[in-house]
Design a protein around this ligand. Structure first.
Ligand code: URA
Ligand code: ZN
Length: 363
């Protein structure tokens, strides 16, 4: 049985060059007080000039861009195959006239990295979402010709107005037509005010533990409410972090729809695909939730045949300098064995068989 990691990131050489050339978020740079250590500054709010440079962003080493380190990490954690994806914030920030070419170069780069390790590496491509829809659709079509590509990773911003924007329909149509899955991943979190005036005392905990999953939850609910899956019944989306909080909140979402007088009057509560249908037909969930409690909700919502193991490497490394094994990875392994105690078949499906089947990793 193969173990497959479908949530694992890389910043390929072209993207690193781009980050190093920039001086506003997102960027990579060194600071005068630590000239030998580069820092990756990508999240909104990580760039506060009043904070000491060593608390801005995170140190970035070769584990973020050297494919040999990805393979070493896979070997260390008994991972046979990985479906690598560009990490956030993808190409969201690029000017319209640069995005198309950047996407082509980066996708070619990532495909070439996969070719160095045939059978071990596959990838999700990235789309030039700040360009026009024609350029985006062209890249979807071009990705079909890249041997190791198995779908696309994207954030929640769409063309700038979110994923419920009707102008995205040509992209959804192209992805559906070419059977390319969207790996939907957060980046922007929630507005900093919700964390309160003491938010910065709690490090990355509130934005990453709560902001990220809530961002995903809101984005996917907006897709659902705007009827994306009523128009594109075959569009498949893999949700990061076990769907944010969607499995837990799906019942409440449905109930709110059924009790909304405005939607009823507009005829929008009838003849619609409900969240439970979409969770079991169009949505896949990763198993990056670090506990059997969250996994249990994911299994009940979508089924063990739609749940896929992931690590989020190279994020969340162990803080001890000499540690070889990653606690974050072991927490996900242990959650799967606890959630599927006595059902070895389902555990193996989540660890790898589902990914091989859904993402055609034997081709
Ligand atoms: N932090 C990020 O910015 N991205 C991830 O994927 C995980 C943590
Ligand atoms: Zn991630």
């Amino acid at each position: 049985m193969p173990i497959v990691d479908i949530h694992t990131h890389i910043y390929p050489p072209t993207y690193m060059d781009l980050l190093r050339s920039r001086t506003t978020v997102p960027y990579v740079r060194t600071f005068p007080d630590a000239p030998d250590s580069s820092r990756l500054i990508i999240l909104p709010g990580e760039d506060d000039p009043s904070a000491p440079s060593t608390s801005r962003g995170r140190p970035i080493g070769p584990e973020y861009f050297d494919i040999k380190q990805k393979i070493a990490f896979m070997d260390q954690h008994k991972i046979d195959k990985s479906v690598i994806s560009l990490a956030n914030p993808w190409l969201d920030f690029l000017p319209e006239d640069e995005a198309g070419e950047a996407a082509r170069k980066i996708n070619d780069d990532v495909n070439a990295l996969c070719a160095e390790y045939p059978g071990r590496l596959y990838a999700f491509g990235t789309l030039p979402l700040s360009a026009n829809t024609e350029t985006i659709v062209k890249e979807v079509e071009r990705l079909k010709g890249l041997k190791y590509m198995r779908g696309v990773i994207m954030g929640t911003s769409g063309l700038g107005k979110g994923l419920d924007d009707a102008n995205l329909d040509p992209m959804y149509a192209a992805l559906e037509k070419h059977s390319q899955i969207i790996f939907l991943h957060p980046h922007y979190g929630l507005p900093a005010e919700v964390y309160g005036p003491r938010g910065s005392e709690y490090g990355h905990v509130l934005p990453l533990a709560l902001g990220f999953p809530l961002e995903t939850t809101i984005a996917v609910c907006r897709m659902l409410l705007s009827g994306v899956w009523d128009r594109f019944k075959g569009l498949n989306v893999l949700l990061a972090h076990s769907g944010g909080t969607l499995p837990f909140l799906a019942g409440r979402l449905e109930s709110c729809v059924k009790h909304d007088g405005h939607l009823k009057k507009a005829g929008k509560t009838e003849n619609r695909r409900d969240v439970w249908d979409i969770l079991k037909t169009n949505i896949y969930l990763d198993a990056v939730i670090y506990s059997e409690v969250g996994l249990g909700a994911a299994v009940q919502a979508s089924g063990a045949d739609r749940l896929l193991f992931g690590t989020d490497h190279p994020f969340f490394p162990p803080l001890e300098e000499d540690a070889k094994e990653w606690h974050s990875v072991n927490a996900n392994y242990s959650a799967i064995s606890k959630a599927f105690e006595g059902n070895n078949g389902a555990a193996k499906d989540v660890l790898g068989n589902n990914a091989v089947r859904i993402l055609r990793l034997e081709e």
